[in-house]
Write a protein that binds this ligand. Structure first.
Ligand SMILES: [Zn+2]
Length: 246
């Protein structure tokens, strides 16, 4: 069976002499891995469309064990993301998150749009904001939305949260001592987390939270994601190693 779909290359690995196995997140079929025969040959027409982070249109054949990617047409090559070390580390982090959290299949147009927007915003030099929006919304789309309105422990309405638990939400002043994995967050950071999770994507993308706010969100979301995954991310450690230490 042949199928055509738009997709973004999450990762690739070499197979044999000149082939590649490409893992795509596709708009219509979710996560798919497919063999791209000859894609590593310099003159292959699949060379460009199968580079990591590429957004393209693909033609695939369903296989018994592995699908085959037979044609590809580039929509956005995102070449800059493969050339700049900081950009590459950031893009690797988000594709690793997609790859770890998603099983094969599981199409989600919203998630596809989020991934596409994050790469676009990131390649425009705004990865620090784009990654924070991505983390918050990825977790929500997967059904792990961090609880930002009610206290994680007692359920009371939280007005100005000053604490976030890596178990997945804000905690009120009264419950603070009874909940584990707590980290303090500024009132401004709390407001920004709500905005970045709720506002529509185009609107959120033009916002400019301060670097200190983005840093705080990064810290609590990294702890929350690690709690959900039950393991640290290699690409996150690499990304953090590139960042200036405060
Ligand atoms: Zn409480």
């Amino acid at each position: 069976m042949v199928y055509n779909t738009e997709g973004i290359v999450l990762r690739t690995r070499n197979m044999g002499e000149a082939d590649k196995v490409v893992t795509l997140y596709t708009r219509d079929h979710g996560k798919v891995s497919a063999a791209a025969r000859g894609a590593r040959r310099p003159r292959s027409r699949l060379l460009g469309p199968t580079q990591v982070f590429t957004h393209g249109r693909y033609m695939l054949f369903k296989g018994r064990q592995l699908d085959t990617l037979s044609q590809g047409e580039i929509i956005h090559s995102y070449q800059k993301l493969r050339e700049d070390l900081d950009d590459m580390a950031a893009a690797m982090y988000l594709t690793e998150l997609m790859d770890l959290f998603l099983e094969d299949g599981e199409p989600s147009p919203d998630l596809f749009q989020l991934l596409q927007m994050t790469l676009q915003l990131g390649s425009a030099g705004r990865f620090p904001l784009a990654l924070r929006i991505f983390e918050l919304r990825l977790m929500a789309l997967l059904g792990y939305e961090p609880q930002l309105q009610q206290c994680l422990s007692c359920g009371s309405q939280v007005m100005d949260a000053v604490a976030f638990s890596a178990e997945g939400g804000v905690v009120c002043e009264n419950c603070r001592s009874q909940v584990s994995r707590i980290r303090s967050i500024g009132k401004g950071t709390y407001e920004w987390m709500k905005r970045l999770s709720q506002w529509d994507l185009e609107r959120a993308a033009i916002l400019h939270p301060s670097p200190a706010v983005l840093q705080e969100i990064q810290t609590v979301m990294a702890e929350y994601i690690a709690f959900r995954l039950d393991r640290p991310l290699k690409s996150l450690q690499f990304l953090q190693s590139l960042e200036p230490q405060p």
